[in-house]
Design a protein around this ligand. Structure first.
Ligand SMILES: Cc1cc2nc3c(=O)[nH]c(=O)nc-3n(C[C@H](O)[C@H](O)[C@H](O)COP(=O)(O)O)c2cc1C
Length: 314
């Protein structure tokens, strides 16, 4: 089984709103994973090089999880890198110990996406700020992967963002990270299963803001439903408004069966759902529906291409 090592470079996770949540989620998701929280392991910044190198030797995938500090990584993580990527370990004539391992950077950024642009106040693209780490991967023979990052992750009470918004971003970051790691270790299935669960968790609540759902709907996605056919994110939104007008929030979509098959376009999910819900007029509903989803993964994010719902006839 592939082994994952996550190095957390946050200097004070007890005060984190996002990195701590991402670490908890990825730590709980995989069986063979070692999440190394440097702030609690080394509060004095004295890194145990031997222990860290031993941990890395066991890894197939190395994730560096950190908050973006001054266009770079926090000092604690830089100290870890300086000490652990030593001569004849990470580089030098015998320095092949990390060769062939997957490196994945996962980080949270305070500033908005549009600021990281030649015309924005941060001037450079995020990828450009990562060049030193990219080259570090190349020199040590590691495989550099497209980084996973999220913007707008600062919460300043009463001034900037809400805690709920920042934590929702952290949840979706964690999901993207899990999908990316799954892809690296060669299995998308758990991430697809997670997506189906996350999807229905939102559908249970039918919140007014359905951006998380529409974000997973491809431009030309086709929805075939008992309420008619709908196309794309706008069409999905139309259907969603129909559902909101009929059902009260707080229903339950229970996934009783789930089968995932790979095909030319990505993945087909066959689901059997037990739906329990109440209508605004007070009618209780308890029914079985078959659903068939065609999904593709784009940059690790599930995108719905086709979504068919059919009630099971008794
Ligand atoms: C010392 C420090 C430096 C920071 N530098 C940047 C920066 O250069 N660019 C940016 O967009 N955000 C910057 N931020 C915002 C952090 O990226 C943000 O607080 C962090 O990602 C939130 O993670 P957490 O919730 O896990 O603490 C900085 C924050 C601190 C404390």
């Amino acid at each position: 089984m592939s082994h994952i090592v996550v190095i957390s470079g946050h200097p004070e996770l007890a005060k984190s709103n996002t990195n701590s949540l991402i670490l908890d989620r990825i730590g709980n998701h995989f069986d063979s994973i070692d999440v190394r929280r440097l702030d609690s392991l080394y509060p004095d910044y004295r890194i145990d090089v031997e222990a860290e190198q031993q941990a890395l030797l066991k890894a197939d995938v190395v994730v560096l999880q950190f908050p973006f500090f001054w266009y770079s990584m926090p000092a604690l993580l830089k100290k870890w890198l300086d000490d652990v990527f030593s001569y004849n370990f990470a580089y030098g004539s015998k320095g092949d110990k990390l060769k062939g391992k997957q490196l994945l950077l996962s980080f949270t950024i305070g500033g908005p996406a549009e600021s990281y642009d030649p015309l924005g106040y941060n001037h450079f693209a995020i990828e450009q700020f990562m060049f030193p780490l990219q080259q570090t991967a190349y020199l040590s023979g590691m495989i550099y992967n497209k980084p996973i990052y999220s913007h707008g992750m600062v919460y300043i009470p009463g001034v900037y963002n809400t805690l709920e918004a920042v934590q929702a971003n952290a949840q979706s970051h964690a999901q993207r990270l899990i999908v990316a790691v799954e892809q690296l270790i060669g299995s998308d299935e758990p991430a697809l299963k997670q997506f189906a669960q996350d999807w229905f968790a939102v559908m249970d609540q039918l919140p007014e803001n359905n951006l998380w759902l529409t974000d997973h709907v491809a431009e030309q996605a086709l929805f075939v439903t008992p309420d008619g056919e709908f196309v794309g994110p706008q069409g999905f939104n139309d259907w969603y408004q129909v559902l909101r007008s009929v059902f009260k929030p707080g229903g339950d979509h229970n996934i009783e069966q789930l089968q995932i098959n790979r095909n030319d376009q990505g993945y087909q999910l066959d689901l059997r759902i037990r739906l329990q819900a109440e209508t605004h007029s007070g009618k209780q509903l308890n029914m079985l529906v078959n659903e068939q989803w065609q999904l593709q993964l784009r940059d690790g994010r599930p995108q719905i291409l086709r979504y068919a719902v059919e009630p099971v006839q008794g």
